[in-house]
Design a protein around this ligand. Structure first.
Ligand SMILES: Cc1cc2nc3c(=O)[nH]c(=O)nc-3n(C[C@H](O)[C@H](O)[C@H](O)COP(=O)(O)OP(=O)(O)OC[C@H]3O[C@@H](n4cnc5c(N)ncnc54)[C@H](O)[C@@H]3O)c2cc1C
Length: 375
């Protein structure tokens, strides 16, 4: 049930995915009063659907990021992802986070065709420049019979996101914050005192700041449109997973890439087949899932002992941004802040967005703020 509030809050966060809950967790930790509004029951979002690889790469290519923000900017983004992975691991050890876990494993970017080899070599040089711990394997057949070459990144990882969402919500509650589900926000009005937030039920709440953590932008007009893409994942059941699949993360050089990880050693997840939401139709689901299955069987050489779990095949929407980096920070001239637009490095950037906003408020780490600006 919604509660009317006459007291003005420090923050209202809109959206209870990883970004919104991380903002609430970090801000309540710093003593701010915070309330989160989530339109669904919290299980209908990218964070819940995600395969939860702790991938350090944003959506934009590293050469694009280097040409726009220099080596220092690119190195900062890599370091920030690593920092987020470490913070997540620390959070997993916090009392109350028993069901949330992180696993650090090497990631392999592989290619199975000649075009990909040239691309990988170029990427390897870029990874070295930005400070990633990488090795290049020219003949990667020792890793997998269908691979031509690969880059190995020393330490990436995986999480179980659904447990992360529960743990973040519990920690926020413990620190005095509130998370309200089934409470869509339909309007925001900026006034001299801050922001007025209206819910679908017509209740009005007041806060000094509002954080939009809605995945995409629906509530305010901004000069940049965030594209929506739908991505598909299939899962396979297998009692004894191939060593490579159970002990590493994998993705390839296809455009858009396929990503592969195992889940508690008994399931293999393969994702990819991204489509722009405009061209998506529910009736094409089967085609995307069939394409992923074909890919897995051919490229990953999965035999009939890998059983496709039809019910566990799923899709979800994510938001790649115009520049390939997430939008985290201020909406110029308003008390509205953004923590949205995460594609590739979604989990890590979502988790760290809350930390960044909290530390920027304390005037720390201002130097790299322009990286995440929307304009
Ligand atoms: C199938 C799939 C696989 C993925 N795999 C990976 C992966 O392996 N690794 C990785 O790093 N990233 C992955 N991603 C991306 C990653 O999951 C997302 O980038 C990340 O979870 C985004 O978190 P978020 O909190 O910004 O958004 P979301 O989780 O989408 O949360 C936004 C929330 O805002 C709520 N909301 C929206 N509008 C309103 C409103 N008006 N009022 C109230 N609430 C509102 C929504 O209901 C939603 O709950 C994947 C995504 C998908 C879909």
């Amino acid at each position: 049930m919604e509660e009317s509030l006459t007291k003005k809050l420090d923050f209202i966060v809109i959206g209870a995915g990883i970004a919104g809950l991380s903002c609430a967790y970090h801000l309540t930790k710093d003593g701010y009063s915070v309330m989160v509004f989530e339109k669904s029951d919290g299980k209908d979002n990218a964070s819940y659907a995600s395969t939860a690889e702790m991938n350090h790469d944003p959506d934009a290519s590293w050469d694009r990021i280097i040409s726009k923000f220099g080596i220092r900017g690119a190195r900062y983004i890599w370091k920030l992802s690593e920092f987020s992975a470490q913070k997540l691991t620390k959070f997993a050890h916090r009392p109350g986070s028993e069901h949330f876990s992180t696993k650090r494993v090497p990631a392999h970017i592989f290619t199975y065709d000649q075009k990909g080899v040239t691309l990988l070599k170029k990427r390897f040089e870029l990874y070295k420049k930005i400070g990633a711990q990488v090795t290049f394997t020219e003949n990667a057949k020792s890793l997998h019979k269908n691979f031509r070459s690969s880059i190995t990144i020393k330490n990436e990882g995986a999480t179980n996101n659904q447990a992360l969402l529960i743990a973040l919500r519990a920690a926020t509650h413990e620190q005095g914050g509130k998370v309200m589900y089934k409470t869509p926000v339909v309007d925001l009005k900026v006034n001299k005192q801050g922001v007025e937030v209206r819910t679908k039920k017509g209740n009005i709440f007041h806060a000094k700041h509002v954080i939009l953590a809605t995945g995409g932008i629906e509530l305010i007009n901004l000069p940049i449109k965030i594209g929506r893409e739908r991505t598909f994942v299939v899962s396979y059941k297998k009692r004894n997973m191939d060593k490579l699949f159970s002990s590493s993360l994998l993705w390839d050089t296809a455009e858009p890439f396929h990503y592969i990880r195992s889940f508690v050693g008994k399931r293999l997840w393969v994702g990819g087949e991204d489509v722009a939401e405009e061209s998506y139709t529910p009736s094409s689901d089967k085609r995307h899932i069939a394409a992923l299955d074909k890919y897995s069987r051919e490229v990953l050489a999965l035999d009939s002992s890998y059983v496709l779990e039809k019910k566990k095949s799923w899709s979800g929407v994510f938001f790649p941004t115009a520049r390939g980096l997430p939008y985290i920070g201020d909406v110029a001239g308003t008390p509205i802040k953004l923590a949205l637009g995460f594609g590739g490095s979604g989990i890590l950037m979502s988790f760290v967005s809350g930390y960044l906003i909290a530390s920027w408020l304390k005037k720390k780490e201002m130097k790299y703020k322009p990286l995440f600006k929307i304009w």
